[in-house]
Write a protein that binds this ligand. Structure first.
Ligand code: UDP
Length: 479
């Protein structure tokens, strides 16, 4: 019988891409020993960039089998709403897919030995399916060790305090390996104990230690302090910590970028016409959107900064903003959204791209010298691998925690600060963009980022920490 590794991702771009890269890595290093199957669950909120990515990945990597679970009739109750967080919706979708997931695992097992099932952390409700079949299960964390330490420590925090984080405005949480972080900066799904999402995340945190291992998309020298805290067992005080494999950075390979077409070519050729390290890139992940008022502040700040910029802009939120996690398209009308005359006045030094840009390629362009980012973990790793310094402007999920470590521990980013009205003012945008691109302060960040880029490369070179961790994990599948 053939030996196989099965991957079970969440079908959103920030979770999917690095997991498929992990599958490619297994094949690159161990194609003589293992085949790789990626199981794609039925998912009603699939976005065009995910569809494009899956099409491209299956074309360019025919050696990976992509197995799509049959579509499901999804109950209308699954629509996200103000009191149902994304975590709760994902949890329910995984459970709905469980019967089909079981059938597929049983079918694969007839012809192959599943040496490892690697599941996205949000697939935790499928773990009983795998354990019922006796399949060794690993969790994959597409985020950093920072988020992992929070997840592992959440059950302890839960027992120590009784209030919801949202009621602890003056409190900082002390999570092993991390700087003190305000309770309000925890992921939004966890802010309210009454919210189902909180209990889903708590459940994930409690299940991780029952796995054969935890695979994290990070590398030793990027998050050394928190990795040590986790592996020393400080995050799970009452039980043994399973093996933790830090095998990053896994980022989208250039051939797998997630968009195609005219706007891509336009923005890359525009960048190629700019001077070295002269452009600041503003991009806020797959789900980052701002209010109209905030868009205006950014525009005014960018204009006043006098810097060259490439800005990825989406249509602002409506009142019903909880659905923004799952929406399909957010193509903005630039003439309506931007201050009058903005595009004309900045046309010689700025480009606004609608909705989506090929971020990995952009960050690796010679002309890009800074990145204003929402601190999504893939974006952080992509900037690290390109050696580009950042301004940290977190929006959702674990991004506020990422900002804390980027600013206070790694010192690879300067923070963007909000005013009392909750907006980042034009003055703040101008100040940070100038500091990053023009001032001595920015040069210090650039030099640190260049060094971390080298560390990222070293992690996957001979004797590098990620290569060693990956080999150790793969060897355990063989024996
Ligand atoms: N991305 C991109 N172009 C865009 C916006 C995002 O290519 O205009 C990619 C980005 O390179 C990253 C992913 O989408 O790989 C976003 O993942 P991240 O973890 O940064 O944020 P999330 O979308 O999960 O919040």
């Amino acid at each position: 019988m053939e030996d196989t590794i099965v991957l079970y991702p969440i079908v959103s771009i920030g979770h999917l891409v690095s997991m498929v890269e992990l599958g490619m890595l297994v094949l690159r290093q161990y194609h003589h020993l293992f085949s790789v199957t990626v199981i794609i669950k039925a998912y009603p909120f699939i976005t065009p960039n995910v569809t494009a990515f899956l099409r491209r990945a299956s074309e360019t990597t025919p050696s990976i089998t992509f197995h799509h679970l049959p579509s499901l009739s999804i109950p209308s109750s699954i629509e996200p709403s103000s009191n149902r967080s994304r975590a709760a919706v994902l949890d329910e979708l995984v459970r709905l897919n469980n019967p089909n997931f079981l059938r597929v695992l049983q079918t694969i097992s007839k012809t192959s030995t599943i040496r490892a099932l690697i599941m996205d952390l949000f697939c935790a409700p499928a773990s009983s399916v795998a354990s019922g079949l006796g399949i060794p299960t690993y969790y994959y964390i597409p985020a950093g060790a920072t988020f992992l330490s929070f997840l592992l420590y959440l059950p302890t925090i839960h027992n120590q305090i009784t209030e919801s984080f949202k009621h602890l405005a003056m409190t900082h949480l002390h999570i092993p390996g991390l700087p003190p972080i305000p309770a309000l900066d925890m992921p939004e799904s966890t802010l309210d104990r009454e919210n189902q999402g909180y209990h889903c995340i708590l459940e994930i945190g409690s299940s991780l230690h029952k796995s054969k291992g935890i695979i994290v998309n990070t590398f030793e020298s990027l998050e050394s302090r928190v990795i040590k805290a986790i592996t020393d067992g400080l995050c799970i005080p009452d039980a043994p910590t399973p093996p933790v494999y830090c095998i990053g950075p896994l980022i989208a390979s250039h051939t797998n970028h997630t968009v195609e077409g005219e706007s891509v070519n336009q923005c890359l050729s525009w960048l190629d016409a700019q001077l070295s390290q002269s452009v600041v890139f503003l991009c806020f992940g797959s789900r980052g959107v701002f209010s109209k008022a905030q868009v205006k502040e950014i525009a005014v700040g960018l204009e006043k900064s006098g810097q060259r910029f490439l800005w990825v802009l989406r249509k602002p939120l409506s009142e019903d903003n909880n659905k923004h996690f799952f929406i399909e398209r957010r193509v903005p009308d630039l003439d309506v959204l931007l201050p009058e005359g903005f595009l004309d006045r900045t046309k010689d030094r700025g480009l606004v791209v609608k909705e989506w840009a090929p971020q990995v390629e952009v960050l690796n362009r010679e002309s890009v010298g800074g990145f204003v980012t929402h601190c999504g973990w893939n974006s952080v790793l992509e900037a690290v691998c390109a050696g580009v310094p950042m301004v940290a402007w977190p929006l959702y999920a674990e991004q506020h925690m990422n900002r804390a470590v980027l600013v206070e521990q790694m010192k690879l980013a300067m923070p963007m600060k909000k005013s009392k009205d909750g907006l980042v003012s034009a003055e703040e945008v101008e100040k940070r963009v100038r500091a990053l691109m023009e001032l001595q302060e920015g040069r210090v960040f650039r030099e640190r980022s260049r060094k971390m880029k080298e560390e990222a490369k070293a992690a996957w070179s001979d004797g590098g920490s990620s290569l060693i961790a990956f080999t150790k994990m793969a060897e355990s599948w063989i024996s």
